[in-house]
Design a protein around this ligand. Sequence first.
Ligand code: C2E
Ligand code: MG
Ligand code: MG
Ligand code: MG
Length: 290
Amino acid sequence: YHAKKKGNSYLFFNDTMNRQAVKRLQIENLMRFGLKEDHFEVYYQPKMNIRTGKLDGMEALVRFITPKKGIISPGVFIPIAEETGQIIEIGEVVLNKACRDVKNWIDKGLFNGRVAVNLSAKQFSLPDLTTRIDVILQKNELPSYFLELEITEGTVMDDPQEAIAIMRSLSARGIHLAMDDFGTGYSSLAYLKQFPLNTLKVDKAFIDDMQSERGRNMVDSIVTIAHNLDLHVVAEGVEQAEQITMLEQLNCQTVQGFYYSKPLSQPEFTEFLKTQQSNSAPSLIRKINA
Ligand code: C2E
Ligand code: MG
Ligand code: MG
Ligand code: MG
């Protein structure tokens, strides 16, 4: 029986497919339950300004915390949620919690910048996207100025003309837009200049490659293109001090990565903001402004 089965690649392929289908179904069910039971939490990773050593903003990152299977990584459940459409509901939970937390930090005087929230392709193409965002902002009494949305090349290159229209309506509200994982997907330089973007996030893959001269030249070129288009640049996945030094030389002001901090839970990020504040001599800043 085993020999026969082993020799039959079709059967083996089928078995693997079945196992994958079962796993997907399990995660889909876990997500349905998790949405009901509030198992999706938002963590925050600081975006640091190299020059000042201070916080430029933060990125909201979803965490699926299940009682039975522990934390399930976004890399595992996001692709499945994209396929099932559950990403729409998950995305709303994330946006809502991110707005709530930022409102709280602003009210406490701990923060005065933008929170970046990842937007999936499914969410981006919802016909009532802007209304949904308006509702969440209003509910949390958060002005749109404090929100940034991160979208990927794949999301906008599907239908670039339509994407430009959607981005314009978001941008008109004062929401900032960032191109996430830049350089990894299918992107067109011809379109890059037409998209109403504020920020370009250089993917970790390019940052990892900076040990080589060609890798450094690549990042140099991306930063130059971004600046020539009046875009802010954020380097993703920065882990080493040498990378900070190189990025500073290349004129990249903002970095995000484990070097400064891993993504933090809401209470942890509150503590982080407090230590930031004690470092920045706020009394002096207030005196100058008064
Ligand atoms: P992303 O938007 O590019 O987020 C950056 C990812 O890199 C995060 O992984 C972050 O934890 C990780 N990272 C940051 N610094 C470092 C570093 O120095 N080294 C390494 N090795 N990794 C670093 P995470 O949280 O696992 O999220 C993975 C992806 O899942 C995100 O990539 C994003 O595409 C997606 N995602 C996360 N949260 C959401 C969400 O709320 N909505 C949607 N639609 N997608 C999300
Ligand atoms: Mg992102
Ligand atoms: Mg990214
Ligand atoms: Mg990335």
